[in-house]
Design a protein around this ligand. Structure first.
Ligand code: UD1
Length: 356
């Protein structure tokens, strides 16, 4: 069997690495081809992740880079098509909900190639998010849908997707965390910033709704105020860095740092008092690790993380950041449980389904 994996962004690597590992091990006689679209291309956003996660060097680099949605999607489709013609895969695997996912799904489906979608069925019900459009298209056309939480079943059923295509396998992003947990715990990244465990708030923000407009300035002001009570560590995504030009405050306790590798970043999550984010994957990683997460968005496609007791939706409202210290005091050390099947074995289950 020839399996071709299409990855393009930081979270894609984390979600796909264990699947590539499991399938290569269980089906060594197969052909496993990795295509990197190049949607993320800075060393800190790409190579570092592939190296740390033990993903073999990609067989094809499409180098699509940045651009408008249409440009990025079209460029990926145009460059992927000849690769699919040459490789003739029996299955194209796509993870997540980024533009690379959308482009790869459309290209493969139009060539009559079966697609498998990792992390299927998540919905924010907010069509202004590019990811929502990407997910819906991937789920509509993929033949194999790999789900990580119960609500995905209802979301897909509501769109008329037959249940035979759905496979509840668990969370492959958590597989990566489980596989590297010892190294994550040993990394001690907070100490390198002079911070003790449980003493700081870790922040990530990169979504257009928050960083591409006036809310960013207000958010930075709120972070500077929060840092007077609890140190704030903020690894800044390149998109956010660009938008923050001229806004960088000189606030003691606010550590603005470059994007971090996987191990360093997960070590910072594991030792944080709390995390403030607009990311999807980080809502899941904090849930597994039992770290309080405050999500600066109006909605989440991952309500399972709220039910688990770790995640709180703050709304798309920078002023809500001021309430974090009080919320933490009130919350105390409330217990939390990872959702079912977030156990490090999701990729094995995907391999079971594909190889049977
Ligand atoms: C993309 C995904 C988003 C995901 C995020 C994870 C889409 C629509 N969005 O958002 O769902 O949560 O990745 O990080 O697919 N840039 C660099 N270097 C890089 C990559 C990006 O400087 O290696 C800068 C460029 O200015 C670029 C901007 O970041 O224009 C945005 O990058 P892009 O890949 O379009 O979207 P992300 O914001 O990273």
């Amino acid at each position: 069997m020839r399996i071709l994996y299409v990855v393009g962004t930081r979270p894609n690597f984390v979600k796909t690495a264990p699947v590539i590992g499991a399938l290569r091990e269980r089906h060594p006689e197969g052909r496993h081809t990795i295509v990197h679209t190049g949607q993320h291309y800075d060393r800190l956003m790409s190579e570092v992740f592939l190296e740390e996660l033990g993903v073999p060097a990609p067989d094809h680099l499409l180098e699509v880079g940045s651009g408008s949605h249409a440009t990025q999607t079209a460029r990926t489709m145009e460059r992927l098509e000849p690769v699919l013609v040459a490789e003739r895969p029996d299955l194209v695997m796509v993870p997540g909900d980024v533009n690379s996912t959308l482009a790869a799904t459309l290209t493969a489906v139009k060539m009559g190639l079966p697609v498998a979608h990792i992390e299927s069925g998540l919905r924010s019900f907010d069509m202004s998010m590019p990811e929502e459009v990407n997910r819906i298209v991937a789920d509509r056309f993929a033949q194999w849908l790999f789900l990580h939480s119960e609500e995905a079943v209802g979301n897909l059923q509501a769109e008329g997707i037959p249940e035979q295509r759905m496979h509840m396998v668990g969370n492959t992003m958590i597989d990566t965390l489980v596989a590297l947990e010892e190294r994550i715990r040993a990394a001690g990244s907070a100490a390198h910033l002079g911070l003790g465990p449980g003493s700081y708030v870790l922040v990530t923000l990169h979504r257009p709704a928050l960083v591409d407009g006036p809310l960013l300035g207000e958010t930075v002001t709120q972070l500077a105020a929060l840092a007077q009570q609890l140190p704030v560590v903020f690894p800044v995504h390149p998109r956010t860095r660009k938008m923050m030009e001229g806004l960088e405050p000189d606030a003691p306790g606010l550590h603005l740092v470059d994007p971090l590798g996987y191990l360093d970043f997960l070590s910072l999550i594991a030792d944080a008092r709390a995390v403030l984010t607009d990311s999807g994957g980080i809502q899941e990683e904090t849930t597994y690790l039992g770290i309080p997460c405050f999500t600066l968005r109006d909605n989440t496609e991952r309500p399972v993380t709220i039910n688990a007791g770790t995640n709180t939706l703050l709304g798309l409202d920078p002023a809500a950041i001021a309430g974090i210290p009080a919320a933490l005091t009130e919350r105390g050390d409330a217990p939390s449980e990872p959702p079912p099947l977030w156990d490090g074995k999701a990729a094995e289950r995907i391999a079971d389904v594909i190889l049977s």
